[in-house]
Write a new protein. Structure first.
Length: 410
């Protein structure tokens, strides 16, 4: 244990941005609950496959360990490497997939959950923390560790899993194909470091004095980690990951609809009301997630439009939070959003993934700065009671989801 704590202490300063390991494990397990019934949910509910998913959900940060300091970890965060792995799976195994192929899929789904969670947490939640917690704690403390410990104090310690199931030899082979060779022993050392971090975080989360310190360091972040209504929080990330996983599963089965599933998630959710109007507030921002990592050059100023009910464009600025080959877009209004207005955000055809898959049909979602329609259940209001309710339901259904958000909110 002493060696373990020493190892963990060595580990701590290396990865100061993004979710901690225990948070990643929790998000991956939570995402399984968000999957609709079916093959994918069955796969990841199998305990052996779940072990692989958990290992995969930790794996990318192993490269940041002071004991490794190897680029394999950074690569594993991002869709180009994950795509190389998926392409290798599709080239190697016939369909229907064998248990061995499914195990290799479960592992990469874990890594993909990690990468997606980091992107959305950093781009959507931590951008708020920088404002609401302020720059001072960011300059002095380690946000990813602090929030990891506080989150574990709220959701409980995360499982330790057997890292012997990690497909190290296959990973080394795909890193070779990818053009960034790495050694099995380096990856093993990385995974061991991560397991130590999970144990260390669980120990700290059980210490009230440490916890009190951490709560004081990042008061806003620590209060909202487990708030599923806060954009980009770990608590809401399972739903995003589940939506993403379904597109990866479709890709692995040559069944991905690049237009229908182009955008998998948005903050605020499609059809929402009471959106912040003031351009000076970060809450006026719109964030959304592409299913495929985007070639930044194709996300031109005209690639996304925001129009009011009359089709008049509202000026805005947008960009990929992590730049080229990433998935999360932040969009800010230039000038306040108008009062009581429903806006339509549209991704125009032409946006293209890093590997050349081009969106060919527009994809839209809406948000409103107005109030939600009032639901009236009484029959004596002169509007015909039940008839009015039917009309409201009909209106609501017009606000159809125009992108496929397939993960139910829990
Ligand atoms: Zn990470």
């Amino acid at each position: 244990m002493r060696n373990l704590l020493l190892l963990s202490a060595l580990w701590l300063p290396a990865d100061a941005l993004a979710c901690g390991q225990s948070t990643h494990i929790w998000i991956g397990l939570h995402a399984i609950e968000h999957l609709p019934p079916g093959e994918l949910k069955d796969l990841l509910s199998d305990p052996a496959m779940q072990t692989l998913e958990i290992n995969g959900s930790m794996f990318p940060d192993g490269g940041y360990s002071p004991l490794t300091q190897d680029a394999y970890g950074e690569d594993a965060h991002w869709e180009p490497f994950q795509t190389a792995w998926m392409n290798w799976v599709m080239d190697t195994y016939p369909q229907p997939y064998s248990d061995e192929a499914l195990a290799d899929i479960a592992f990469i789904l874990g890594a993909a959950a990690h990468g997606m969670a980091d992107q959305a947490y950093d781009g959507v939640f931590l951008t708020r923390s920088l404002i609401y917690d302020g720059p001072e704690p960011w300059a002095n403390y380690n946000s990813d560790h602090t929030t990891d410990v506080v989150f574990v104090s709220q959701v409980g310690p995360q499982p330790q899993v057997d890292d012997e199931t990690v497909p190290y030899d296959k990973l080394a082979h795909v890193y070779d194909l990818y053009g960034n060779p790495t050694e099995v022993r380096t990856m093993k050392l990385g995974q061991t470091s991560l397991q130590a971090a999970v144990q260390f975080v669980a120990a700290e989360a059980a210490d009230p004095a440490v916890l009190a310190d951490y709560l004081a360091q990042f008061p806003w972040s620590t209060e909202h980690l487990n708030d599923k209504d806060m954009p980009g929080s770990p608590a809401c990330m399972g739903a995003v990951v589940a939506a993403y996983w379904q597109t990866l599963w479709d890709r692995l089965h040559h069944d991905f609809d690049k237009d229908k599933s182009a955008v998998i998630w948005s903050w605020p959710p499609d059809g929402s009301f009471q959106h912040e109007r003031s351009a000076a507030s970060i809450e006026s921002q719109i964030s959304f997630v592409f299913a495929r990592a985007v070639d930044q050059d194709t996300l031109t100023p005209d690639a996304i439009t925001v129009t009011d009910e009359d089709g008049v464009e509202h000026p805005q600025e947008h960009g990929l939070y992590y730049g080229n080959r990433s998935n999360v877009v932040n969009l800010s209004p230039v000038g306040d959003w108008a009062e009581d207005t429903t806006y339509t955000v549209t991704v125009q055809p032409g946006v293209t993934s890093f590997d050349g898959v081009q969106i060919e049909a527009p994809t839209s979602f809406t948000f409103s700065t107005g109030e939600p329609p009032k639901v009236c259940g009484c029959a004596s209001d002169g509007r015909g009671g039940a008839g009015f309710l039917v009309a409201l339901v009909a209106t609501a259904s017009l606000r159809r989801r125009r992108f496929t958000s397939r993960a139910p909110l829990a």
